[in-house]
Design a protein around this ligand. Sequence first.
Ligand code: LLP
Length: 431
Amino acid sequence: YGTAQVNAKGNLEIGGVDTMDLAAEHGTPLYVYDVALIRERARGFKETFERLGVAAQVAYASKAFSSIAMVQLAEEEGLSLDVVSAGELYTALAAEFPVERIHFHGNNKSEEELIMALDHNIGCIVVDNFSELALLEEICEIRRQKVNILLRVTPGIEAHTHDYILTGQEDSKFGFDLQNGQAEEALESSLRSEWLQVLGLHCHIGSQIFETTGFLLAAKKIIDKLAEFHDKFGYVSKVLNLGGGFGIRYTEEDQPLPAASYVDAIVTEVKDQLGQTDLPMPEIWIEPGRSLVGDAGLTLYKVGSEKVVPNLRKYLAIDGGMSDNIRPALYDAKYEAVLANRPLDQAEETVAIAGKCCESGDMLIWDLPLPKAERGDVLAVFCTGAYGYSMSNNYNRIPRPAVVFVENGISHLVVKRESIEDLLRLDLQLQ
Ligand code: LLP
C-alpha cells in the first residue's frame, strides 16, 4: 500500500525514512505522508490531460487533507484548489495559494464566506442552489463586483462504490437538478445578471468510485443539456467540471482503475458527445481529493492493552482510534496494517484492532492477521491520507495527532501535535 517498504533493519520505511524513527521522534499516533507519491499522483492527472491535448484544471479537493504545507505542495505541483469553507479558504490564503486557481464549493456558504471569497477575488464560486444564487447576486450588486461562477448540477446519477444507480427523481442536498428544469432556470437567471459570469457546469457524482460508467453517464447528460442551452440561450460553456471521486485501494478487495484511465475515458466521452453537437470543447476540470493523498498517508500507533475473549477474539488496543480515523465507525471502512517494527514476520494470530475511545464502535480493523504483538510495538495502518486528519476530532478530549511529510529520506513536521493544554484554549471558567 502506497510506497512503504522494508529497510535493512527490518522496519517499515516510507519516503526513505524509518517509521520507527518517526514514531520515536514525533510520538504516536502520527500521520505520515509520502510527498513523492502525492507529486506522482498529481503529475499523473496533469500529464494525462496534456497527452490528450485537452485544456484542464486538476483541483485538489482540500477537504481530503487541508493544511498549509499540503496546500503549498498542491501549488508546487500546479494544481488548482477546491475549498468548501472559510477555514479551508483561510488555509489556502495563509499558504499564499494563487487565488485565481481557488474554487469555492458548498451547499450553504454563508454571507461572510461569500464576501471573503469576493474580497480575495478567488477563481470561481460553485453555486449550489437558488438561495445562494440570489444571495451572491445581491452581494455582487452592492459591491458592483463581477464574479466567475460554475453552476453545480445533479445529473440524476448516484455513483455507489461498485455500481451506480440511475435515479429518476434525484434526492440530494447538492446542486440544481438537471432533469426538472432547475439547472435551466439557474442558468437563465445567471445569464440575466450583470455580475455573475457563468463559466460552466459542475457535477460530482460520488466518492471512492471504481468504474468510469457513472462519470460517462454524467458527462453525456450534461452535454445533452448544454446542447439544449446553446439552442435556447446561445450559451457556450467554457468549463465542464466533473468533480472528484476516483477510487483508491484500501484493501485487496478494492480494484480501482489507474487515475489516467478515468481521465482518458472522461475526455473520450466528452469529445464523442460534443462531436454530435456544434459546441466547442470546454476546459475539463476535475477535483480529486482521495486519489491524490489517500494512499500516500499512513498512521503510526503504539500498541497498548489487550483483552482476550476466550474462544472468540483478541482485542489489541492502540493509542488512537475514531478520534483520528472515524471512517471505520462512520462508513464501515476497511484498512490494512502491519507491525512497523517487524512487517515481514509471519502472522501468528488474527486480532481486532481497537481504538481507545469510550465507544464499542471504535474499532479500526476487525480481523487483522499479525505476529504476536505486545505493548510498545508500533502498528502502521495504510491509506489514511484522505479524510483521516481532516475528519479527526477531540472526542474524549483526545488531542489531534501530528502530521509529518517525508521525501528523499528526510522528514518534516507539517502539523504539530495538539497538546492537552491546547484542548482548553477556548474554555472559560464558570461565572
Ligand atoms: N468535489 C466535490 C464537490 C466533493 O464533494 C468531493 C468529496 C470531492 C470533489 C472529492 O472527492 P474524492 O476525490 O476525495 O472522492 N468523508 C468521506 C468522503 C466524502 C467526500 C465528500 N466530497 C470519506 O471519508 O470517504
